[in-house]
Design a protein around this ligand. Structure first.
Ligand code: ADP
Ligand code: ASP
Ligand code: MG
Length: 586
């Protein structure tokens, strides 16, 4: 007998007809001999409606009361679905998060799951019941040990389902939704998006946190870490949908289900060179020209960074392997002769990276990484961040010291330390999918001191308030008194709290000042084959240049390339990049 956890999202249970259809589907599955735990969301848009009710009473409702209110949405669905199942002759019992014993942190509105008690569910399953669990909610024991209702964050029912599958050691977790599975991009934005039959959890983690809202990123994180077989399917038909794959398989530890160590390994890649092109024209097509030229020359570029431009010129920085330096230098010199600008080369550099799942979703991790390096007196030449990897480029002579201190800080064992690992790709495509995130704002701190610790202080100050900085980019250009610019993006909702953090910080750096960027959209291409493909980034830049879209910022990481463009260009950029990588015609 197989134990399945099935989750049905808001649209799938959006009205009574849909609830009856879902009940029929569950009944068939039960009759086929499976044990079933079903997780449901609130019906249709009811979480939005409840939120609006609260906002009509207060602009700033207390988070405890919001959790009390929002958790009622799921409670309506569990009871109606259980009634519908019993009507079909299937014994079903509904349970709230606290009845199950889904124990969470006390952070209202974004609580992470610590533990799930399984006794009551197991007992009901043994007696032949289908157990219908309210998604998105749990209970915290708080400091005073009084139970409080918590919610996991919008879209969190996916996380409830995968966490339950982990705690119950289910054979599979199936997420039923209103699309056929995970598509190459959001079908509401690009009509000819295609179904992916498989996607790796790392790719999905990047996509989900970059705007592909089909799965809650934390659900993917849990599936990845515990190796839970996860499928995304349509609740309207019987097609197989998308299977997510993961190579990890840890067992539940004492740290808490969602709190298990987020950093799996550390890597040092030696013999790197940093190439800086500064004061090159700020116009569509320049980045495309540069990286196409390098790719035609067979040069595999690793990290690429372009920070906010100043005036009408841009600076682009990238890293390559030292063995490609001579050829890269010649190609760049030719380009500079044509375009103008300056070329700077730094040899004897190393790249130090931490790898894991959900790194940027936990703001303290990147901050701790940067802080550990700065406390060791190591200056960060470049920073590249993503959900699955954060990298810093540092002087080669600091490599071993950095490796040692960071391994200690994250309690990593010898087998988790990798020196000059080779990129392994199992035939995954260079671009699996593209995502657009219109919910970010961009900020820059200008003339921040170029000394070890600036980036660390900045990230730590935001992390202390639970704010994640998403794209973090350090400029090349130096300002008065040797200052530099650090630009970053954050969720729009977090902007209102940013001044409280930045104003005291700017007092520490009296010469520095803050600048809000114009309205932006983040467009990202993700593919596990990207590290072994030459020229992916150049192709993405070409797609944008062909559509006459100017790139405001570039930030790449191992399996993704992200460009920040003007908000108005977002949808056009998404369509062009999707078409350019032939994602629609596979
Ligand atoms: P549910 O209510 O079932 O949880 P969601 O609205 O949270 O459903 O997620 C499904 C929606 O995610 C789809 O309707 C689609 O518009 C959106 N979406 C965004 N990116 C993607 C993608 N890459 N693949 C599939 N759907 C996507
Ligand atoms: N009902 C919650 C929401 O709308 C949780 C979920 O649907 O996953 O965000
Ligand atoms: Mg959802």
């Amino acid at each position: 007998m197989t134990l399945l956890v099935q989750k049905f999202g808001g649209t799938s249970v959006g009205n009574i007809e849909r609830i009856k259809a879902v009940a029929k589907r569950i009944a068939l599955c039960k009759e086929a001999g499976h044990e079933l735990v079903v997780v449901v969301s609130a019906m249709g848009n009811s979480t939005d409606e409840l939120t609006n009710l609260a906002l009509s009473v207060s602009k700033n409702p207390p988070s405890r009361e919001m959790d009390m209110l929002l958790s009622t949405g799921e409670q309506v669905t569990i009871s109606l679905l259980s009634i519908a199942l019993n009507e079909l002759g299937i014994s079903a019992t509904s349970m709230t998060g606290s009845q199950v014993g889904i124990i969470t942190e006390s952070a209202h509105g974004k609580a992470r799951i610590l533990e799930i008690k399984t006794d009551r569910i197991k007992e009901l399953l043994k007696n032949g019941h289908v157990v219908v669990v309210a998604g998105f909610q749990g209970t915290s024991l708080g400091t005073s040990k009084t139970a409080e209702i918590t919610t996991l964050g919008r879209g969190g029912s996916d996380t409830s389902a995968v966490a339950l599958a982990t705690a119950l050691k289910a054979d599979s977790c199936e997420i039923y939704t209103d699309v056929p599975g995970v598509l190459t991009t959001d079908p509401r934005k690009v009509a000819d998006a295609q179904l992916m039959t498989t996607v790796t959890c790392d790719e999905m983690l990047e996509l989900a946190s970059l705007g592909a809202a089909v799965l809650h990123p934390r659900a993917v994180e849990i599936a990845r870490n515990y190796g839970i077989p996860l499928v995304v399917r349509s609740s309207w038909d019987n097609q197989p949908g998308t299977t997510l794959t993961s190579k990890e398989k840890r067992s539940l530890g004492k740290e808490g289900l969602e709190l298990s160590k987020p950093v799996n390994s550390i890597e040092l890649v030696e013999k790197q060179s940093v190439i800086g092109l500064s004061h090159i024209p700020d116009q569509p097509g320049i980045a495309a020209d540069l990286f196409e030229t390098l790719s035609e020359g067979g040069i595999n570029v690793d990290l690429i960074i372009q920070s906010t431009h100043q005036g009408n010129s841009n600076d682009i920085t990238f890293t390559i392997a030292e063995e490609d330096l001579k050829r890269t230098k010649l190609l760049c010199q030719k380009l500079i002769q044509r375009l103008g600008g300056n070329l700077t080369i730094q040899e004897k550099m190393s790249k130090l990276s931490i790898r894991g799942a959900g790194i940027m979703g936990r703001p303290g991790i990147a901050a701790k990484f940067f802080e550990t390096l700065s406390k060791s007196g190591i200056n960060l030449r470049l920073i590249a961040t993503s959900e699955v990897k954060v990298s810093c480029v540092i002087n080669a002579e600091s490599g071993n010291k950095g490796l040692r201190y960071v391994s200690e800080a994250f309690d990593l064992k010898d087998k988790q330390i990798k020196i000059n690992p080779t990129n392994i790709c199992n035939g995954e495509p260079e671009v699996r999918g593209v995502a657009l995130d219109p919910n970010q704002v961009q900020l820059s701190v200008i003339n921040i001191p170029d000394i070890p610790g600036s980036a660390a202080i900045l990230c730590q100050s935001f992390a202390d308030e639970g704010i994640c900085l998403h794209t973090i980019v350090q400029s090349e250009r130096k300002y008065e008194s040797n200052g530099k610019i650090i630009s970053f993006t954050m969720n729009k909702d977090d902007r209102k709290n940013a001044d409280d953090i930045l104003i005291p910080l700017l007092k520490v750096w009296p010469q520095a000042y803050l600048e809000d960027g114009k309205a932006i959209a983040r467009i990202s291409a993700v593919g596990a084959g990207m590290p072994v493909s030459i020229g992916t980034a150049g192709r993405m830049f070409r797609a944008l240049a062909n559509a006459n879209i100017n790139i405001l910022m570039i930030a790449t990481s191992e399996i993704r390339t992200t460009c920040i463009v003007a908000e108005n260009d977002g949808i056009k950029a998404l369509k062009e990049v999707h078409k350019f990588f032939k994602l629609a015609s596979k």
